[in-house]
Design a protein around this ligand. Structure first.
Ligand SMILES: [Zn+2]
Length: 363
């Protein structure tokens, strides 16, 4: 087109449209959660394959689409608009069907600068051979520009492994018997790979509440500038307690497993500290003091938010998780069967836990 045929105003409008998005007019407004149906989908700053790449999204990631034009979909990430090739989005989550992850994942609003990738258990990792359910993938949210982006916090939504209660794994790496009871009995050499968890008095499964809490905690930690390893992002992930611990050991600086207890007294929050009988066992001998300091920091954070704390804030329990942990690792019980688990309460708990994490890494 020759500018000579246009009025000056029309030419200015045209060149502005070409520079800033003639495409904007052709996007049809939609409001739909869609799922990435590609191994790695490029997220671009403009609807063009030559536009800058903001990040990439892995298969099964839920995104909020707000506009569609033939080739491109406009999605919202962290409050900003980005563009992806529309043919790699689907309205159903095919990844969930094949890998049994992220089935009930809520839309992920990833802050700017955060990249998301899948991580899985490879056989060469220490203790991987003791895991029996390890085909699932966890999600690593790398907050490269975050204030504490070099610290990856493993957030482990307790339970949620279909069939996990029917599989047994070694309670301790060395095959020795459990020194306390718990979900599995004292003296047992094997424990449930993943138990199914309790049911709240109102009928809500614990695994649903632990997931909701984990998602809120993920977002709070990302906002504070930490990186996050999310073990489970849907109703089911095929990773047993050993596999979850192996991933935390290799990809994270610490490990928080989120639970509610099976009592019915609204007794308050506490973490599971390491029994004396385990303190000489490898690898517990080199991690238990750090795990306990980390647990104390989390309880301190919760206390600071006015959360009710049970007793001194800890109870010695022999857990598969801590028995295999090589990074500071805590199972925290945030309440029990009759405790309030409204979103407001879960937010308060997440803020308290994030305060504890911040305190632990900045002390
Ligand atoms: Zn639990």
């Amino acid at each position: 087109m020759k500018k000579g045929y246009l009025t000056a105003a029309a030419a200015a409008a045209l060149s502005a449209a070409m520079a800033f998005g003639a495409w904007a007019a052709s996007f049809q407004t939609v409001n739909q959660v869609m799922y990435v149906n590609a191994n790695s989908l490029n997220v671009r700053t403009e609807p063009s394959t030559t536009a800058g790449k903001a990040q990439s999204l892995s298969r099964g990631t839920a995104v909020q689409a707000n506009g569609i034009s033939g080739e491109w979909a406009r999605i919202s990430l962290g409050g900003k608009n980005y563009y992806v090739a529309s043919r790699y989005l689907s309205s159903g989550n095919s990844a969930a069907a094949s890998t049994a992850t992220a089935a009930a994942s809520t839309p992920v609003s990833v802050p700017e600068g955060v990249t998301v990738s899948d991580v899985s258990v490879s056989d060469n990792l220490r203790f991987a051979s003791s895991s029996k359910i390890k085909t699932g993938t966890a999600k690593l949210y790398k907050n490269a520009k975050g204030k504490y982006g070099d610290k990856v916090i493993c957030v482990n939504a307790g339970h949620g492994t279909s069939g996990g209660e029917r599989v047994k794994t070694l309670s301790h790496p060395d095959g020795s018997p459990k020194v306390t009871g718990g979900t599995n009995q004292r003296g047992a050499v094997e424990s449930m790979a993943v138990s199914s968890g309790m049911t709240f008095q109102d009928g809500t499964p614990e695994s649903r509440v632990t997931l909701q809490e984990a998602q809120i905690l993920r977002d709070v930690l990302l906002k504070r500038g930490f990186s996050v390893l999310m073990i489970r992002e849907g109703s089911d992930v095929q990773l047993d307690n050993i596999a979850r611990t192996v991933l935390a050991n290799n990809y994270a600086a610490c490990h928080i497993a989120v639970h509610w207890d099976s009592t019915s007294s609204d007794k308050g929050a506490y973490f599971m500290s390491v029994p004396d009988g385990l303190k000489k066992m490898d690898p517990v001998s080199s991690t238990w003091q750090k795990s306990e300091a980390f647990g104390e920091a989390l309880i301190g954070g919760l206390r600071g938010k006015g959360v009710k704390i049970f007793g001194g804030g800890s109870m010695d329990v022999d857990l598969t998780q801590t028995s295999y942990s090589t990074v500071p690792s805590v199972d925290i019980e945030l309440g029990d069967k009759v405790s309030d688990h409204s979103e407001a309460t879960l937010r308060k708990l997440a803020e308290g836990l994030a305060d504890g994490v911040t305190q632990y890494f900045t002390k």
